[in-house]
Every structure is written in structure tokens, then in C-alpha cells.
Design a binder for this molecule. Sequence first.
Ligand SMILES: [Zn+2]
Length: 231
Amino acid sequence: MVTSCSKETTPGQPLVVILLGAPGSGKGTQAVELAKMFEIAHISTGDLFRENIKKETELGKKAKAFIEKGQLVPDELVFDMLFDRLSRPDCQKGYILDGFPRTKAQAKKLQEKLKGHAKILVFNLVVSDEEVIRRLSGRLTCKVCGKVFHKEFNPPKEENTCDACASELYQRPDDTQAVILERLAVYYKQTKPVEAYYRKVSFSTISMGQKDPKRSALSSKQKLKKQNNFS
Ligand SMILES: [Zn+2]
């Protein structure tokens, strides 16, 4: 579904792309494609969390406890990490948010910050629960460089070994079956309402499936070009 763009925006403003969808719906893959196409920064809150956890910052330590249980990281923690990141120079032209906002409260807070200062586009990735479980339960992550593989769809060349750095792969604590179901439950309760919020404030909202990320990103951009004169 494509609705018209907000009337509050003017040319020359940064482009902010928001990606919505269940865990495992392919937000990361889409974000990479869209960031390339629009030539804007790709800001993944998951990466921000992992960076803070790896560096053992105070924020990272706090976030870790929530992530491992499949729970959402509390808003204040997310805002502190995110808004700091968005103030860096590479975000001036625009950015794509991957993993944020995850609650209606977060969406409202972001909206307060952006209102009148950015063009906002919302992409909604639609994937069934069965597919989410299949994708996430097969995911393997490199302990050292963070590269992600999949037992079925994207296996490493050598079993349990990273193609990029030859380190050991592991299943992230939040990719086990019990935690995936918990993440889905959290998604329906807290994140799904964000979709309705954006429809109400009438930004461009594009729903798409996940068969071919490159092609769907491209066709979305073409649709937008026609409607909104994006270059
Ligand atoms: Zn690696």
C-alpha cells in the first residue's frame, strides 16, 4: 500500500527511512539495499547495541540483560545510544533506521524530533510467523566479526566456521526457539501498533514481501520516484 507523503516536508531535507516488520522479516537485508539506493547511512539499533555490549559500556551492560531474554531494551537506553549516533556527520543527508522504532512511544518520540525537519518514508515488511521461526532458528553468527550465516539458506563453506575470518560460529542466545517465540509475542504486543501509528500520521507507507530483497527495494524506489520525485 502506498499513501501520499506528508505535506509538512520541503525539498532539501534529510530523508529518513523507517523499516517495520517482525524479527527475521529481513529488515537488515532491505536496509543495506535501500541505504545504497538512496545513498544514506544505515543505522541498525541491533549493531549499536552489539557495539556497546562489545565495548562493555554502561549502556551496553544494561542492554545485554534485556536482549538475552528476548525483551525490548528500555526506551531511555535506546534513545541515548541512537540520538548520539544520529548526530554524526554521515547522517546529515539522511539515514535508514533498522530496528527502531519498536514501540508506539518510540515512534512518537522520533516524530517529535523529526517533525518538519525530514522527509519520512515507512517500509513495512510482511512475513508469516512460520517463516520467521524457520529463518531465525537456522541463523548462525560469527563470534568475532558478527557475520551472519544460515544453516539452510546461506551455509558457511566449512561447517561452523566463518567464511570471512575463520572464527567459530554460534547461535545467538536470542535466536533459540523459546526466545524466538517470546520475540514474536513481544512484536505483536508492542511493535505491530507502530504500523497503525504511521498510517495515521500519513507518511508514505509501503508494504512488501521478502522473496527478493534487491528487486523489492528497487520497485519500491521506482514507485516512490513516480509519486514523490525522489532522485
Ligand atoms: Zn567472522
